[in-house]
Design a protein around this ligand. Structure first.
Ligand code: ZN
Length: 189
């Protein structure tokens, strides 16, 4: 009798623990067309929906499972203006929805070495603004404003780029001035 009871309570406990057994969402990789779209805004009504709240939770689980500090909805093939981030190990993961970022150019830029969960195994040196302002909605749909700097500002810029179809590999190529700089000669047959 005791044995059966113990078995039942153990399985209940295990079920609670494995509510999210693995990363529930698949991260798409560079070359996938969704990564190139300008993501769509989200209505406050949609933010409040059960489905959207679950999407936020799933994104956070997927980000943590992949040891990332940020993950944008387009990276799981959902072209919406939403990303999650956890730039500090001492703070909870946050959802940033419908962000509008204003770069504070007067504070200058710095070079940041970044990886991306959609470009596995590669790192790129990219130029980032040191400070920025961001307006966004949190997961309750409330309007927020903040001035960000340091690593937090870097993560915001990386994820914000995803919402506009940009990847760190693009910024890297731009920094080499590889765009439209060459005259091609048609090979002679
Ligand atoms: Zn990325």
């Amino acid at each position: 009798m005791y044995f059966i009871f113990a078995l039942i309570s153990l399985s209940t406990f295990a079920h609670t623990l494995s509510h999210y057994p693995d990363a529930p969402l698949e991260i798409i990789k560079v070359g996938h067309p969704t990564l190139r779209l300008t993501a769509e805004s989200v209505s406050t009504q949609e933010i409040e929906s059960e489905e959207f709240q679950k999407l936020i939770d799933d994104l956070i689980i997927t980000m943590k499972d992949a040891s990332g500090v940020g993950l944008a909805a387009p990276q799981v093939n959902i072209s919406k203006r939403l990303f999650v981030m956890k730039p500090s190990m001492f703070k909870k993961a946050e959802a940033i929805i419908n962000p509008v970022v204003e770069y504070l150019v007067d504070y200058g830029t710095k070079i940041s070495t970044e990886g991306c969960l959609s470009i596995p195994g590669k790192q790129f040196k990219v130029e980032r603004y040191k400070k920025l302002h961001i307006h966004y909605q949190d997961r309750k749909g409330d309007d927020r404003f903040e001035k960000a700097s340091g690593f937090r500002a870097v993560v915001i810029q990386h994820e914000y780029d995803h919402l506009n179809g940009n990847l760190i590999s693009d910024i890297f190529l731009k920094s080499l001035n590889l765009e439209d700089d060459f005259e091609f000669v048609v090979p002679r047959m």
